[in-house]
Every structure is written in C-alpha cells, then in structure tokens.
Design a protein. Sequence first.
Length: 129
Amino acid sequence: MILSPAKRFSILVSIPANASGTFQLVTNPYLEGFNTWPNGPGKGPLTLATLQVQGTPVAPFVTPTQLTPPTNYSGISARTRFAAQRTVELTRTEVVPGHPEFLINGGTFPNAPLFEPRLNTTEEWDFSQ
C-alpha cells in the first residue's frame, strides 16, 4: 500500500498464537514521479513501528470484517454555513530542469496567497492538484 503525505489508513495486526519475537512495520522506497521516498541518508527502508511479541498467548478474538466509521469531531453537517469557501490549487512546475517548484494558487513561498481564517468560524476548502 502506498501511503502518501497526509494519507491515513487503519490497520489491524493479528499475530498467530505460536508467534514470538520482534516484528517491524517498515517503509519501502518508491519513486513518486520526481523524488524517491523516503528521502534522506541511505534512502533505504525506515522502521515506522516495532512490535515485541512474548509471553503467554491470550484468547483469540473474532477479527472484524469492517472498521467502524470515523467520528465526526468537526460537527460539520449538510446544513453548516461556511464563513468562506476557498479553492486551493496545488501545482508543480520546472523553470530550471531538475529543480521543481511547488505552487499554491500560482504562487511560490513566500509569495503564495495568504489565507486568514477567522476564529470560531468554519470554512470549506476545496483542494485540487
């Protein structure tokens, strides 16, 4: 599974009763178009989580067939009135070959548009790439 920035997945790990030892969840490098991730020294797999399994096994439980729906902590519903509706366009360009520039509504930092949401308001932001 490819997990891009800001992407989220729910996973459930089930370990057989006779298993013991150390298990790791690692990233594998991948080319996402113009850059290889993870990016950094060695550019090899990075450990995201380590699970140590030991001791007496517990009684198994029934593995769910589906996840529970996420809780709507925002309180947004079909009747929510938005203080502002914004469109954010994320693009990439190469003025100099091999040196990409990332744009927000056509501007690069520090000249990208400034968004100033107001306290205690709800805004709708539509992102496109």
